[in-house]
Design a protein around this ligand. Structure first.
Ligand code: GLC
Length: 708
């Protein structure tokens, strides 16, 4: 590609660093140039030098845009077509926070594989996924797009999605490249308010917030999207610490860096540039390759080079990465790679794809409470009440091309056993006759939640909880009926108050195209729920941020029996979350016992074998997510009271006992210091194994003779 690079004019090189929406190429440019393009100050020459577009919608559109572009292009370098395929293209899978609840990277990979097969028929080459942003704050609307609060789980799920998108390799059909986002630490926006400042220690960055992006890159992600927030007061889009020191120097990555939507231009609002020329300067020196939907590079980079303020090699390095990506995707051989209406008709929304989505959905719901009322059977007469009783839009935010009203809603899924259905959440709207029908039902199924648009980008909430009306509806139903099953549809952990007094409480998140079928399968017992929470549910907003892998403090509160006044606790709420990371119930009862380690005293070179017996004390087969946590009791810096180090999902038949084995090595006992170095200390470690971060059995082991 270096030879091709040398043939390009400076304008042509700079054009490769511009990404705009595709409609500029197919509509009357005089209209577009004077219209939305006006604020970009792009003329037709610059538009037809762009290196990529985002947001194409179908194969014919892609072919038309690429054709028009190449007709006018001197260099004949095809454009890259990118889009947001976050949890499915047209067959929609559960939202990422729901997929994370499955603790099954295999299922995330299956989602990505189907997404790539469907999206590539539209000629899409790159997806802006996975979102590897760790978050501990459910006020932030975008937790719906991420995989929760734990670095290991997020890293596993992100890497699995990248592998799913790539499939057998870019030279095979039905594959797309992955762009991991949003780099970096976007999920730590202060007060959970989207786009807000991120200010954190290097220790938090290196140990908690950065590892999952690296996991996605190691799995093969070819692009990194910068985030809207600042780190150290510097917008991530122009942050040389992140884009050069971490990404290039520490990680040795050659990924293409791309801004978020006009996030380069936004550094004006951040107050780190006074005009678009300085914006271009900060971007190219900061390490940004592609500018999405703003035109600082297109309009000012050439002048900066001519003035000698920017060295041309910075331009060449960026453009070479872009050309290499296009080559690896086979665009020079086939600029229309994958685009096919015929293939789209065959595979998009196919039965096989919908079946795959259903399988993921069944394992993504989390059973939070159950006094035995679930599962019920097909003869059970239910009253189905609440806004989600007849709501079809349960496929979640960022469903983009997904058809939100093409699939059955709950009332249709339970049509043969509902004696009363009402979606109106206002208690006053229920007549005496309604009440009689509700009382005649064996069970009331309350379908509550947030609107699909209440989470997602720019949709943060200062108080992540249900509406007052829905809470009143719950309290009323709770008063008048003894058997209440509550279903939650939401894109973030919610503060649930007395909703937790439901006889059964199922966290359904937004489960995608097959939501209703998956929920029906669980409520009728055809599926034994196995999901676990990837993010803590706070008791109230004052607890936020609340997460499982916290430090002990110097005055830890030891629980209800601890009557010491001067300890780290609240006067008005417990320290523990309503529901912790890793928590989720099953229709089975799993009992953990006989935790064994191959060595109670071990050395850094040992591979430690850990086994535990898990018995299913029920007659119902079920899956259990066995979790292994570690506590480093003494380190050079204070260490989290628990860190997830392993997990595995196993089928255990009724009354069966299974011995689960894990292996641990030196790497698992090492940790990152504030300077980014990795260290290992001798001393005691506590191993916790169980079905939740707060329900485990434990053993203590000792590491001798570290290399430090
Ligand atoms: C949005 C989002 C980002 C998305 C991009 C392109 O603003 O922040 O996640 O990929 O724009 O649509």
């Amino acid at each position: 590609m270096k030879e091709l690079l040398m043939t390009l004019s400076r304008k042509e090189k700079i054009g490769q660093m511009l990404q705009i929406a595709p409609f500029f190429f197919v509509k009357d440019l005089k209209v577009e140039v004077a219209g939305p393009v006006e604020e970009l100050h792009l003329d037709e020459e610059k538009i037809f030098l762009a290196g990529s577009v985002l947001g194409i919608g179908n194969p014919n559109e892609m072919i038309e845009v690429q054709q028009k572009y190449l007709e006018k292009s001197r260099h004949k370098i095809p454009m890259l077509f990118m889009a947001d395929i976050i949890h499915g293209y047209k067959t929609i899978f559960p939202v990422p926070i729901a997929m994370a609840s499955s603790f099954s990277p295999k299922l995330a990979q299956a989602c990505a594989r189907v997404s790539a097969l469907e999206a590539s028929t539209s000629g899409i080459h790159v997806t802006f996924s996975p979102m590897a942003d760790l978050s501990r704050d459910p006020r932030w609307g975008r937790v719906v797009e991420g995989f929760g609060e734990d670095p290991l789980l997020i890293g596993d799920m992100s890497a699995a999605m990248v592998k799913g998108y790539i499939g057998e390799g870019y030279d095979k059909p039905g594959t797309i490249a992955s762009c991991v986002k949003h780099f970096a630490a976007y999920g730590a926006a202060e007060a959970g308010r989207d786009y807000n400042t991120v200010d954190m220690s290097r220790l938090s960055l290196y140990s908690t917030y950065l590892p999952s992006y690296l996991r996605a890159l190691e799995a093969g992600a070819r692009l990194v999207m910068t985030s809207f927030n600042t780190v150290d007061g510097v917008p991530c889009t122009v942050n040389p610490f992140l884009l050069r020191e971490v990404l290039r120097d520490r990680w040795g990555s050659n990924a293409v860096t791309i801004s978020d939507y006009d996030s380069l231009k936004q550094i004006l609002a951040h107050g780190v540039a006074e005009n678009m020329k300085e914006v271009a300067y900060r971007g190219v020196t900061g390490g940004l390759d592609i500018e999405m939907q703003s035109a600082a590079y297109a309009n000012h980079l050439e002048t900066l080079i001519e003035e000698g303020r920017v060295e041309e090699h910075l331009l060449d390095e960026a453009v070479l990465r872009i050309l290499e990506l296009k080559k690896d995707l086979g665009l020079f051989e086939d600029p229309y790679r994958g685009a096919s209406s015929e293939l789209a008709d065959q595979i998009v929304l196919s039965e096989a794809h919908l079946a795959a989505s259903l399988e993921v959905a069944k394992e993504s719901a989390v059973l939070l409470e159950n006094d035995g009322i679930l599962p019920f059977n097909k003869e059970t007469k239910i009253a189905l009440i609440g806004p989600y009783a007849t709501e079809r839009n349960i496929i979640g935010p960022w469903h983009w091309h997904g058809c939100w009203n093409c699939h059955e809603h709950l009332a249709e899924a339970f049509a043969d056993q509902t004696i009363f259905v009402k979606s109106d959440p206002s208690v006053e709207s229920y007549s005496h006759a309604d009440v009689q029908k509700i009382l005649a039902a064996d069970i009331v199924v309350l379908a509550l939640g947030e609107k699909e648009w209440e989470s997602g980008e720019a949709h943060s909430k200062s108080n992540p909880t249900l509406s007052k009306e829905q809470k009143e509806l719950f309290s009323w139903i709770r008063r008048i009926h003894p058997k209440v099953v509550t279903l939650l549809f939401n894109g973030r952990p919610l503060i649930l108050d007395d909703i937790v007094t439901s006889n059964a409480l199922l966290e359904c998140w937004f489960l995608g195209s097959m939501s209703s079928q998956a929920i029906r399968s669980i409520l009728l017992g055809e599926t034994n729920p196995s999901g676990k929470l990837p993010m803590s549910f706070p008791r109230n907003v004052g607890q936020i941020p609340i997460y499982y892998n916290h430090l002990n403090t110097g005055r830890p509160y030891l629980g209800e029996h601890d009557h010491n006044e001067y300890v780290s606790k609240y006067l008005d709420v417990k320290n523990t979350p309503q529901y912790p990371f890793g928590y989720g119930k099953s229709y089975s009862q799993f009992v953990y016992e006989n935790l064994q380690v191959s060595k109670k005293v071990f050395s850094p070179t040992d591979i430690l074998q850990v086994t535990v017996d898990v018995t299913n004390h029920s007659d119902r087969d079920g899956q259990e997510i066995v979790q292994l946590y570690l506590y480093d009791k003494v380190g050079r810096i204070s260490r989290p009271v628990q860190e997830l180090k392993r997990y595995t999902k196993v089928w255990i038949h009724g009354q069966e006992k299974k011995t689960i084995a894990f292996q641990l090595s030196e790497k698992d006992f090492s940790y990152v210091m504030p300077d980014g170095s990795t260290v290992l200390d001798s001393g005691e470690f506590v191993l916790y194994v169980g079905g939740s971060s707060n329900h485990t059995i434990e053993t203590t082991i000792t590491l001798k003779g570290t290399r430090a």
